[in-house]
Write a protein that binds this ligand. Structure first.
Ligand code: NAD
Length: 289
């Protein structure tokens, strides 16, 4: 396929390179970087013109909206706009409506798996859009990822992403505060892991990404909390979950509290640039207020 790929940052560049390696004709565009691994266009519109698929991997909904305003009018009828960024559900749905009004297919397909998943082609895609859009994107999902779930109509990919990451933020905080409590009760961390990882308190945060160094499988805790998945990105996703909850009138008190704690950690403490599991040393250093 002829593919325009807009947004070649930490995630977009390796995703675009995997598509090119698999034999697709990929033209890139980014306002900041010019990777020499891909032919580059001079503008987003130029990257999008005469393509079968235009993929976006951008920082947020406002930027997605401005790129969509530029590229949708020049895309060929029947072409697909595939947005893999994590953005708010409302913008994802607005862009999909705009695409459909211009006779284009579109899907929101945010990813989980991080930079390692992007380079290794092992991302998980959660997609919202029509069956026709999902079918057109499916062979590309296979190259860039290991799994793609069609979650329903437009916006449902972003809905799945914010729900998943709200659970992740909340369970990581619960896991970290439980380890800090265990420390203060004199319970050895390895014993705590042995019990919880095989009991009803288990979770991905405990079992696969343990925030305590030297315990469980290798994780960012074993590398001085270098990300991994940065606390800043967790804060972005938690804020999107609360924006979605406000828009849908849903009561999400734990999601709100996790958002407030990550905001405090990233913006007022020393959490910026650290892995999101660095909440453990934060809790260890604190006292009950
Ligand atoms: P990044 O900041 O490294 O890359 C974004 C790129 O978009 C940058 O290169 C920037 O120059 C470019 N850009 C900004 N405005 C542009 C415009 N108007 N036109 C063209 N290019 C423009 O971010 P990233 O880590 O690659 O993340 C991209 C998206 O993926 C985000 O929505 C993020 O939330 C999501 N995501 C990231 C991860 C991760 O681990 N990094 C994991 C899952 C999802």
């Amino acid at each position: 396929m002829k593919i325009g790929f807009i947004g070649l940052g930490n995630m977009g560049a390796p995703m675009a390179e995997n598509l090119a390696k698999a034999g697709h004709e990929v033209t890139g565009f980014d306002t900041m970087t010019k990777p020499d691994t891909l032919p580059m266009a001079g503008s987003a519109a130029e990257a999008a013109k005469d393509k079968d698929v235009v993929i976006t991997m951008l920082p947020n909904g406002a930027i997605l909206q401005s790129v969509a305003d530029e590229v949708l009018p020049v895309m060929s009828k029947g072409a697909l706009l595939l947005d893999c960024s994590t953005v708010d559900v409302d913008t994802a749905r607005a862009v999909a409506d705009q695409a459909s009004a211009q006779g284009l297919l579109s899907a929101d397909a945010p990813v989980s798996g991080g930079i390692g998943g992007a380079s290794g082609g092992t991302l998980t895609f959660m997609a919202g859009g029509s069956d026709a859009a999902f079918e057109k994107a499916a062979p590309l999902f296979e190259i860039m990822g290991q799994k793609a779930v069609h979650c329903g109509p437009s916006g449902n990919g972003q809905a799945a992403k914010v729900c998943n990451n709200m659970i992740l933020g909340v369970t990581m905080i619960a896991t970290c505060e439980a380890f800090a409590l265990a420390d203060k009760l004199g319970l050895d961390r390895a014993r705590m892991f042995d019990v919880v990882s095989t009991s009803s308190g288990y979770s991905w945060s405990m079992n696969a990404y343990c925030p305590a160094p030297g315990i469980g499988p290798q994780s960012p805790a074993d590398n001085d909390y270098q990300p991994g998945f940065a606390a800043d990105l967790m804060l972005k996703d938690l804020r999107l979950s609360q924006q979605a909850a406000t828009s849908a009138d849903a009561d999400t008190p734990m999601g709100q509290h996790a958002t407030d704690l990550y905001a405090e950690f990233v913006e007022r403490e020393d959490g910026a640039g650290k892995d999101f599991s660095a909440m453990l040393p934060r809790f260890v250093s604190r006292r009950r207020s």
